[in-house]
Design a protein around this ligand. Structure first.
Ligand code: NAD
Ligand code: GLY
Length: 351
């Protein structure tokens, strides 16, 4: 088993091990031996993993109640959040009890936010089952729901007490969702880890499932280090947004038909091309990066008009007045933070 420690205000561990879902109960026992468990999942993950998770928790002596909501990003809203919080109250969960979030980023973000606010905060555990959730959303304590005016606008920072990651669960993940997670994996290579980019270039993860456990571990280590340095995104954590500023423009501009990881891939490609044009990267480096995306079956361009992408980016959470903080390519495997004005944004985006 790989164990990555996340040294936030209240430190916790990420356990990465094939087959570990069946040991959820015993692993949790070592962290929090007492308490009722509210296990929250979505309708798709339920069919594969609810029973083994509940069995493992009950075998370890926990009293378990379960809540299942329909799968999909559309459910990540305030109505569903309220249903979850009411469920916790109806089941009389107390401050010594806990929530277990079993699923992808939608379950993790929403169950985490319910745990962050119910009774002013109770413990929760992340059990990520999508690649995106394993490498990104389950670690770092960002929890939220979407509002009609935008994604993740209502949320809180709340670190889990444990993250239990079983890469075997990826066997049932639909292929397009695996590719979606690869967008975030490739992003980590640009955060000071050119060796990860080189590895993904030589052995694309989509063709080498045997590498998935070690790649998840590398990504979690990178994220854990970033989050430990900057838990609430005042500085270094902003680097995790590489590709996201234009990515969000594509996600929203496509009415969410282009999913998060795919949009981030296009957002990164736009910035890499612009960096090539500005001479920050060589044309060979730009081509290599685009090739890594393509080798993972990720897109590098979109039909969403550039004007729409730029317009949405200007209204992004990272915008302040007429300026915006951008994470820009600075070399092969490196990025830098720069504040720029809205009127200069187009220079950093080449479709
Ligand atoms: P998701 O949770 O919707 O999961 C994608 C689909 O895969 C769903 O249909 C789900 O039911 C299914 N699924 C998940 N695991 C499965 C498995 N093992 N087998 C079969 N089906 C499975 O989406 P996601 O891509 O995991 O997460 C996206 C969400 O994460 C977005 O809402 C995004 O805003 C959020 N996010 C949060 C953070 C953060 O730091 N909190 C970071 C990145 C993204
Ligand atoms: N996924 C971005 C962050 O956790 O900050």
């Amino acid at each position: 088993m790989s164990v990555v420690k996340v040294r936030t205000g209240k430190a916790y561990e990420v356990h990465i091990e094939r087959g570990s879902l069946s040991r959820l109960g015993t692993q949790l026992k070592a962290i929090k031996p007492e308490g009722k468990v509210a296990l929250i999942t979505d309708s798709q993950v339920e069919t594969y993993y609810l029973k083994p998770s509940v069995d493992s928790l009950r075998d370890a002596g926990y009293d378990v109640v379960t809540y299942v909501f329909p799968q999909g990003e559309a459910q990540k809203n305030s109505d569903e959040l309220l249903k979850i919080v009411n469920f916790l109250a109806d089941e009389s969960l107390t401050r010594s009890d806990m929530v277990v979030a079993l699923g992808g980023g939608v379950v993790g973000d929403m169950a985490g936010f319910a745990a962050a606010t119910y009774l002013r905060g109770i413990d929760y555990v992340q059990v990520p089952t999508s690649l995106l959730a394993m490498v990104d959303s389950s670690v770092g304590g960002k929890t939220a729901v979407n509002l009609p005016s935008g994604k993740n606008l209502w949320g809180a920072f709340k670190q889990p007490i444990l993250v239990l990651c079983d890469p075997d669960t990826l066997q049932t993940l639909p292929e397009d969702e695996f590719i979606n997670g690869c967008g975030e994996v490739i992003k980590y290579g640009m955060l000071g880890y050119p060796e990860l980019l080189d590895q993904l270039e030589a052995s694309p993860l989509v063709d080498h499932p045997e590498d998935v456990e070690s790649v998840i571990e590398q990504c979690v280590k990178i994220k854990a280090q970033v989050v430990a340095n900057d838990e609430t995104e005042k500085g270094q954590r902003q680097f995790l947004n590489f590709g996201h500023t234009f990515g969000h423009g594509i996600e929203k501009g496509s009415h969410f038909t282009v999913h998060h990881g795919y949009s981030v891939a296009i957002g990164m490609a736009m910035m890499m091309r612009a960096a090539g044009k500005a001479g920050v990267l060589s044309q060979e480096e730009v081509s290599r990066f685009l090739h890594i995306l393509e080798a993972h079956h990720l897109p590098t361009t979109t039909d969403v008009p550039l004007s729409t992408i730029l317009d949405i980016a200007k209204h992004d959470k990272k915008s302040h007045g007429h300026t915006i903080n951008l994470v820009l390519p600075a070399g092969w495997g490196y990025t830098e933070l720069r504040t720029t004005t809205h009127d200069k944004l187009a220079a950093y985006a080449v479709l």
